[in-house]
Design a binder for this molecule. Structure first.
Ligand SMILES: *Cc1c(COP(=O)(O)O)cnc(C)c1O
Length: 371
């Protein structure tokens, strides 16, 4: 049995007729960019999250850049970013002319460690980007308290955490602004690139919308230098078909994670933990394995695909080589790099598939230990 790491086709087939009709409608109406379908999705996504404004853009990386600009981050500013996240989080900071300052992660939850934030704050620090990595909310009470104390802006990177909640509140509603990606394999994914910026602040939303559409306040009136980052009609239509199903897909992910947890409970592996007050939405199901490379190879031999998120923590990437970071600068992020392994995780996984992954994983661990 081949078990892919992600399976976008099953989800497409499960709603095929709806998708096909929605896409054909866009094509026949030539409603290709923005317009009423984008607006309809913005409104329903804002309502789903419980936030006042949603500005749909072309992808999650643009959302980060535009979100940062909209809260006033730019040249000369420093922005605090977790050492373990997808590169785009820090890349966006660089692209608006600011400097990403990395903060180590918590040992148990993979997110930014609030106890290590304050030591990184300087007079230049303008904002902090908590990332709700793998679908688990960052510790927002502590982060908001530090931000308030030091007058920092907060941008939540929710690319992996649509619908995750912290103390009963949806992520994306805590900071000044929040960003989402709808890359096809995300928990809510389009059929191409797509992203969104959400906020409760009308001014921030207005600025973001202006930046994303050439600074155009009215036809042929450009009030500032913006850019082109808009949502396609087809992506909007696909997302609107999917949004009503998101909750059931997230529950399916949680059920799958619970079964993994149960079947792997006797392995001694570090399984993904979640604090009581958080609803983890398992964009990724990440375990830690001492001899990861051998185990991953054995799983691959058995046609079980796995992933690494992320094999190199950000401070140690070539892009930041000139900063010459040492493992001891980010001990937690560095120590887990060679141990983390992401197992297949999606709503459509069957019990049989999860059982097979767990059996093969246990065998692989025993075999690679014997070698
Ligand atoms: C996917 C992702 C992004 C970037 O989103 P794109 O839509 O691919 O540009 C940013 N941050 C995190 C944490 C992500 O996982």
């Amino acid at each position: 049995m081949h078990i892919p790491f992600v399976d976008l086709k099953s989800q497409y087939l499960s709603l095929k007729q709806e998708f096909d009709e929605a896409i054909l409608k866009i094509v026949s109406e030539t409603a290709f960019i923005g317009g009423k379908y984008a607006k309809a999705f913005e409104e329903s996504f804002a309502e789903y999250l419980g936030v006042k404004h949603c500005v749909a853009v072309a992808n999650g990386t643009d959302a980060l850049e535009i979100g940062l600009e909209a809260i006033g981050v730019g040249e000369g500013d420093e922005v605090l970013v977790p050492a373990n996240t997808f590169f785009a989080t820090a890349e966006a900071v660089g692209n608006v002319g600011a400097k990403a300052v990395f903060v180590d992660i918590e040992p148990n939850f993979y997110n930014i460690d609030p106890s290590k934030v304050e030591e990184k704050i300087t007079p230049r620090t303008k904002a902090i980007i908590p990332v709700h990595l793998y679908g688990l909310p960052a510790e927002m009470d502590e982060i908001m308290a530090i931000a308030n104390k030091h007058s920092l802006k907060v941008l939540e990177d929710c690319a992996q955490a649509h619908g995750a909640t912290y103390k009963g509140k949806t992520v994306g509603t805590f900071g000044d602004v929040a960003t989402f990606s709808f890359y096809p394999s995300k928990n809510l994914g389009a059929f191409g690139d797509a992203g969104a910026i959400v906020t409760n602040n009308a001014g921030t939303a207005e600025t973001a919308r202006l930046i994303a559409n050439h600074g155009q306040i009215a036809k042929n009136r450009h009030s500032m230098i913006g850019r082109n980052s808009r949502l396609d009609g087809i992506q909007a239509a696909v997302l609107s078909v999917k949004l009503p199903h998101l909750e059931s897909w997230l529950e399916a992910r949680r059920k799958n994670a619970a079964l993994y947890n149960e079947l792997l409970s006797d392995t001694g592996l570090q399984l993904p933990l979640a604090p009581q007050h958080s609803r983890h939405t398992y964009h990724l199901y990440v375990v830690q394995i001492p001899n990861r490379q051998a185990v991953q190879q054995k799983l691959s031999d058995e046609q079980i695909e796995t992933g690494l998120h992320y094999p190199t923590a950000l401070p140690f990437l070539e892009a930041y080589a000139d900063l010459n970071y040492q493992p001891s600068d980010f001990p937690v992020a560095h120590a887990q790099m060679d141990k983390i392994l992401s197992l297949p995780m999606y709503a459509e996984l069957t019990e049989e598939m999860i059982e097979k992954v767990c059996r093969s994983l246990k065998n692989a661990i025993v075999m690679s230990a014997a070698n």
